[in-house]
Design a protein around this ligand. Structure first.
Ligand SMILES: Cc1cc2nc3c(=O)[nH]c(=O)nc-3n(C[C@H](O)[C@H](O)[C@H](O)COP(=O)(O)O)c2cc1C
Length: 382
């Protein structure tokens, strides 16, 4: 049954032992300073031994202003290097390749964590924190691009096989791409202006890591309000700048990224009365829209991209069975990424390789997501 799933694949000259990718899944396992802990090393040791080909170590903050969680991994200083090296070592020993995901959350950053008001290209409102971002100056924009580049350089120095620019899910890069970004200084307005931040970030990262080092980006193919023609323009212009694209969708607050149940009672815990009210109201409005109705839920938005490019494509979102993964790979997508299934069963790839036919046990209850939102460590809370 697993015809293509366990065939090797190549991204940017690096060979992966199979077509299964562990999609970035914030762990909240870093120390208070954002450095790698023993717990995090054990977590990745287990995941790597579970048989997945490529592991995206998650949500590493490139700049102090872009953090969301107190226990989020940081890659904004050289202090990070030793710990990152430990992660690379256990991941490699387990037989997987390692990617570091680089992020700045922009308007979704939390001032309780960063100590600064959140900043974004336009005065974006974040429905989860009920805060409005301060508009970034041009100096802050170029400083943030430089921060992505320095972070990528550190990832390479620590031994990671690749980096991934987080350009999905409503964080800073998506905020630049948004039609709501009406800046008139060349960093917003018409689409080329909105794309400029991502373009210059890719170029800066490229000059930091060199031509021989794979750069990935995680991007949205739907669920964020970008008109399809504009999305296609973004993807067409991004493809020449990267060595691989992970295709996802949705925004931090609209439930579409990780479709399934909305764990409202978990998310509201510890929030202010106003936040509780808004979250409960949004939950009520969104519940029907975000239910899990089938595997590979972003595939319908991919729209012939695989036939149009030779750049490796990774699809994420609701993959739960080898049957669905084979179907996706059969349509020209190169890799299949899993997040929640590997939270519950880190050794699912090994089991599938050894002949298990049953799908993942993950029920998409999203309690893991609710607990991460509260700053708790990543594990299955079902
Ligand atoms: C607990 C949790 C944490 C996540 N953290 C990240 C993250 O740090 N970066 C990211 O790009 N996506 C993150 N995601 C989204 C997943 O990578 C993935 O796109 C989404 O859950 C759909 O895939 P799945 O159905 O295999 O879970 C997270 C999802 C969950 C459930």
């Amino acid at each position: 049954m697993a015809g293509l799933t366990f065939q090797p694949g190549v991204i940017g000259g690096t060979t992966l032992k199979n077509r299964l990718v562990r999609s970035a899944t914030a762990e909240n396992l870093a120390g208070p300073e954002g450095t790698v802990t023993d717990e995090m090393v054990s977590f990745y040791d287990r995941l790597a031994k579970g048989g997945v080909g490529l592991i995206v170590v998650s949500f590493a903050a490139v700049h102090p202003t872009g953090r969301v969680f107190a226990r989020q991994l940081r890659v904004d200083t050289d202090e990070a290097l030793a710990g990152l090296g430990r992660l690379v070592k256990v991941i490699g020993r387990g037989g997987a390749k390692a990617v570091l995901q680089l992020v700045h959350a922009g308007a979704a950053a939390r001032s309780a964590v960063t100590g600064w008001p959140p900043m974004a290209p336009y005065p974006a409102f974040d429905p989860l924190t009920l805060s409005r971002a301060r508009v970034m100056t041009e100096g802050e924009i170029t400083e943030t691009i430089a921060a992505f580049a320095s972070a990528a350089g550190r990832a390479r120095e620590a031994g990671f096989d690749m980096v991934q620019i987080h350009a999905a899910h409503g964080y800073l890069v998506t905020q630049f791409l948004s039609p709501a970004n009406r800046r008139r200084d060349g960093w917003g307005g018409a689409l080329p202006g909105r794309f400029r931040f991502l373009e210059e970030t890719c170029r800066a990262v490229r000059s930091a890591v060199g031509d021989d080092y794979p750069i990935l980006a995680k991007v949205n193919v739907g669920g964020d309000g970008l008109p399809p023609v504009q999305r296609r323009w973004v993807l067409d212009n991004l493809l020449p700048l990267v060595d691989g694209l992970e295709l996802s969708g949705g925004l931090t607050w609209n439930g579409l990224i990780s479709r399934g149940q909305l764990p409202i009672d978990i998310v509201v815990e510890g929030k202010s009365a106003a936040q509780r009210l808004v979250i409960r109201l949004m939950g009520h409005l969104l519940a029907g829209r975000v239910a899990f109705r089938g595997e590979a839920y972003w595939l319908p938005c991919v729209d012939g991209l695989a036939q149009h490019t030779s750049t490796p494509l990774i699809l994420v979102g609701g993959l739960r069975s080898v049957k669905a993964i084979e179907m996706v790979l059969g349509q020209g997508i190169d890799f299949a990424a899993l997040s929640r299934p590997l939270v519950r069963e880190p050794d699912l790839p090994r089991q599938w390789r050894e002949g298990r036919t049953a799908p993942a046990l993950c029920t998409s209850c999203n309690r893991c997501l609710g607990m991460i939102e509260r700053g708790k460590p990543l594990r299955c809370y079902a």
